[in-house]
Structure formats: C-alpha cells, structure tokens
Design a protein around this ligand. Structure first.
Ligand code: SAM
Length: 325
C-alpha cells in the first residue's frame, strides 16, 4: 500500500479533486521527520490530511481567515489560529497555494526565519514564482467578484499594474490625494476605490470625465448616477468631477497634492500640467493611451522632455510611466 509508518491511509486515496497527491505526498514526507514539530500555514484540505496522517508532528495551524480570529478552534486537538501566538516548533510548512507569498512570509518572520518548507508543486501549481494576484490579501480582496466590476476599456493586467503604482505612490505620501483623468464608466476607478478601502485610506480620489455630458458618440454610455452609486459601494472618498480636464473650474475642485495620477485619455495639456505640477516627488504618473499614435505620443514626449524627464515604456502594453521629479 506504500504508506509511511503509522500512516492511517495512503495519500493517493485522498480525493484527487480536492488534493494534489504529489503535493500531499511531499508535505507528508516533510512533516514526518522524527524530530519534526511543525506549524502549518493554511487550514484547508492539505492541513486536514496532514493532521490525520502526521498529527503527532503538527503543533498548530495558522490561517488568516477571520473565521479563526478570536475563538478557540481545534481539529483533532490541533489549534487553528489567526494571531501572532508562537509555539514550540522547529519547522514551518505552507500547505495552501494562496498563502505562499504574503501570509507564509508573515509566519516565517514571526519565527525569525526558522526552517520552512513548501512543496515544489502545490495544488497542481508550480511554486517557484510568487503570484501576488493570488497570494496577496489586497488582490484577494479587490479581485474577488472581479466579474462584477463596471465595464472597463482596460485589460486586467493593466489594472493590476495601475494598483501596484497606486500603492507605491501612497506609501511615499501617506495622505496625498489620487487623481484619475478619463474614468469612462468607472472600471479602473472601481479597482482604485477598492484598493483604497482595503488599505483603510481616507484620502480623496478625484475622478475626472465628461461622463454624461460627453457628446453623443459610440463611447457615450456613461451613466453618471450609476457610476456614483457603484463608487459609493466601494469607497467613501471618491469625488466625481464632470467636465473637461482642461477646464480651470474643474481643476479648481482638486484640493491638495497628489500621490498618484492615472491619465487615460489623449494629450490635454492643461490637465496634464495640473497633474504633473501637483504630484509630489517620486509619485508615479501612469498614462494609458500613451502608445496610441492618436494620443499622440510626440506631445507627451515633448511635454516631459521640457521637464527634464521621459516616459518609461513597457514591452507588454501601451501604458507609459513617468516618475515625478
Ligand atoms: C479610454 S476612456 C477611459 C477608460 C477608463 N479608464 C476605463 O477603465 O474603462 C477615456 C475617457 O476620457 C474621457 N475624456 C476624453 N477627453 C476628455 C477631456 N478632454 N476631458 C474630460 N474627459 C475626457 C472620455 O469621456 C472617456 O470616458
């Protein structure tokens, strides 16, 4: 039957729809070392099988699910915890793919870089590279129900990159505002709002667009009331400014410096100048339409050359990044 000594059932008899047998086998081997006192990371099917099969070596299970916070939970006597308690352990084993980066790192740091293990493949996925979109709580939160997001002209990858830049700008400047010029139906804005809420921000997020005042053309499907209601669902401090981004009366509504700007429209000099002048040092300015000849890119190139800098291009999209100097 090919079982480890003392094992209750062979790994390959665990339901294959729920567990990757190769991964479970590797996890069982890692936990079966005679002196192993293991804390597991992630209370899912793998942890439950490990407790069934190697329970005498498992000291505790860490899991960030709020279900396990503030209450005593056990599985076959092994505590499942969601706090920073430390146990007398000598090995940390990650057994949930979604925790491999952020949460596993937190537990490893809690134990001051004690010996840790993760299998080369976990739940049929290679573990050699991190996947922050799946393994970080921010993205787990903002990408949950992604299919419910307002329609966007931006592909998913662009929005993920935008959120990364937003975070970098916010970290540099803890209270400064966020600006988007060109929100259309609020697709990119919705993710910005969700990220700001997840990160418990109170800073203002300004969204500029013509919205319903846009001339009647095939893109004129922005329903102002709907966008306002959708934004109110995700962030309390979003301000919609309706009108041209070059209009001084619109720009006058934006208060305070900026930590990040997303400009998703063609070259509009006054709007761009306003964003640039109000960005704080080091803050990212993300251009979405930069790579479209219609934007046109030369105008952006000249604008930034006159300010002693240039647009950073990306091989995978027409987005352009400029860091405020
Ligand atoms: C490419 S779309 C924005 C897409 C949006 N970020 C998304 O996630 O789907 C460009 C938007 O810019 C707006 N726009 C274009 N020129 C503008 C201007 N001069 N002033 C204000 N808004 C403008 C349009 O109304 C349109 O909604």
């Amino acid at each position: 039957m090919n079982m480890e000594p003392g094992q209750m059932y062979p790994v390959h008899t665990a339901p294959g729809v729920f567990v990757d047998h190769e991964a479970l086998h590797n996890l069982v081997v890692a936990c079966s070392r005679s002196d192993a006192r293991v804390v597991l990371v992630g209370f899912g099917e793998y942890a439950k099988h490990l407790i069934n099969l190697q329970g005498n070596h498992i000291v505790a299970v860490y899991d960030p699910n709020p279900l396990y916070a503030g209450r005593e939970m056990h599985f076959r006597g092994v505590p499942i915890i969601n706090d920073a308690r430390k146990f007398d352990a000598n090995l940390i084993v990650c057994c949930e793919y979604k925790y491999l980066y952020e949460y596993f790192g937190q537990v490893v740091r809690l134990y001051d870089w004690m010996e840790y293990y993760y299998p080369p493949r976990l739940h049929y996925k290679d573990t050699s590279e991190i996947k922050v979109w799946e393994q970080e709580s921010l993205y787990q939160s903002i990408l949950k129900n992604e299919e419910d997001a307002p329609v966007s002209m931006m592909v998913k990858e662009k929005i993920r990159f935008l959120v990364e830049l937003l975070r970098a700008g916010m970290q540099l400047h803890p209270t400064a505002a966020v600006l988007e010029q060109g929100s259309w139906q609020g697709g990119s804005s919705w993710f910005i709002g969700k990220a700001l809420r997840f990160l418990r921000q109170g800073r203002t997020f300004y969204m500029m667009d013509l919205f319903e005042t846009h001339s009647m053309d095939p893109t004129a499907t922005m329903c102002t009331d709907e966008i306002r209601a959708r934004m109110a669902e995700v962030y309390d401090h979003a301000v919609m400014i309706t009108g041209l981004v070059d209009d001084p009366a619109c720009l006058a509504q934006i208060k305070g410096p900026l930590c990040f700007a997303h400009i998703d429209l063609g070259f509009q000099e006054e709007g761009l100048r306003f964003a640039w002048d109000n960005l704080l040092p080091g803050a990212p300015l993300l251009l979405d339409n930069y790579g479209h000849l219609g934007a046109p890119p030369w105008r952006f190139d000249d604008f930034f050359a006159a300010r002693g800098t240039r647009v950073i291009r990306f091989p995978w999209s027409e987005q352009g990044l400029v860091i405020k100097t």
